[in-house]
Write a protein of this length. Structure first.
Length: 315
């Protein structure tokens, strides 16, 4: 598919005059809208080509919107999640591909039940990473975002997302990697999403109380001890408050997955923009020299302003 920008503004391009490229790897449809979506929307507006890879279809996700919790929707959940993803993709202005795995679900109980046969979390790592490495070689991203070793939270698909993302980066750059099609490509920078951290929650909680509003973070913070180790992992703070509304619209597009009157939307946008106007990351791999803290995922790359003629992207 070929895309042209709606406005002929200068684009961010690399040293060869080609638009910058960002690959965001996510476990389920809706993850791309709850993690890094404002960053993505900002970069799309700046002419960066963004590809979202969704590892599973989200078939075992819950329906979290009470208005849509019906037997009919449960029976058609896979189709619903695909259509929701299509709408979110349009709102964010990104390309998107499915990696082709089935949601593992979130096992609960004591002891935990076994994971379902054939699910993403049980996929052979090099096979799944090989699929992703092929996409990396074709798309040739300068930057890749994924989850940390704990998956951001310990959902088995999120942990597997981390494992195969990091392995795929290795395979994509390895000229001897078996079964991975395309010319080798070394991703220049790899980041973990780190937006959900205590300092941000404290800032949002404080601004709510300053304005006499009930904070959705107060209870969480009572049981959330300070963690200097986590704070030290924060390296990159991308200013994107102007795109929080786009993020929220994309998240609402996943209508079965979010309660429009719930936690995600409890803090007014103006207060979010005032208290914490960035989305935050940990830089974990870099082939370019950079200095932290950063305010740009492309910091350290040789980038320029290009013309609209540079925008030509086929996938």
């Amino acid at each position: 598919m070929t895309r042209m920008p709606s406005d002929p503004h200068p684009l961010r391009v690399d040293a060869d005059g080609v638009p910058l490229r960002l690959l965001a790897v996510h476990a389920h449809p809706d993850d791309e809208s709850s993690k890094g979506a404002a960053t993505v929307a900002r970069y799309v507006a700046e002419g960066v080509q963004v590809l979202v890879v969704t590892c599973t279809g989200g078939e075992r996700g819950d329906i979290l919107n009470p208005a849509l919790d019906t037997p009919e929707n449960w029976a058609d959940i896979a189709t619903l999640r695909a259509s929701e993803m299509a709408r979110a993709r349009e709102i964010l202005g990104v390309q998107q591909e499915w990696l082709g795995y089935v949601d593992s679900g979130l096992p609960q109980g004591d002891p935990l039940p076994p994971l379902p046969e054939g699910c993403f979390a049980l996929a052979e790592v090099d096979e799944a990473a090989g699929r992703l490495a092929g996409i990396i070689r074709r798309f040739r991203p300068h930057v890749l975002t994924t989850y940390d070793e704990n998956g951001g939270y310990p959902h088995p698909d999120h942990v597997q997302n981390h494992v195969i993302s990091m392995r795929a980066v290795e395979l994509a750059a390895d000229s001897g990697a078996a079964g991975v099609h395309g010319a080798p490509w070394g991703v220049l920078k790899v980041y973990y999403h780190m937006t959900f951290h205590r300092s941000r929650a404290l800032a949002l909680d404080a601004v709510m109380h300053e304005h006499g509003l009930e904070s959705p973070y107060r209870e969480r913070l009572r049981g959330w001890p300070e963690d200097p180790t986590q704070a030290a992992r924060l390296t990159t703070f991308v200013p994107c408050g102007d795109y929080f509304a786009v993020r929220d619209d994309a998240l609402r597009a996943h209508a079965t997955q979010v309660d429009p009157g719930g936690f995600w939307f409890a803090v007014p946008l103006t207060l979010q923009q005032k208290a914490w106007p960035t989305e935050d990351y940990q830089l974990v791999k870099s082939r370019v020299a950079t200095t932290v803290p950063e305010d740009d995922l492309f910091a350290g790359l040789d980038t320029h302003q290009g013309s609209v003629d540079a925008w030509f992207y086929s996938i």
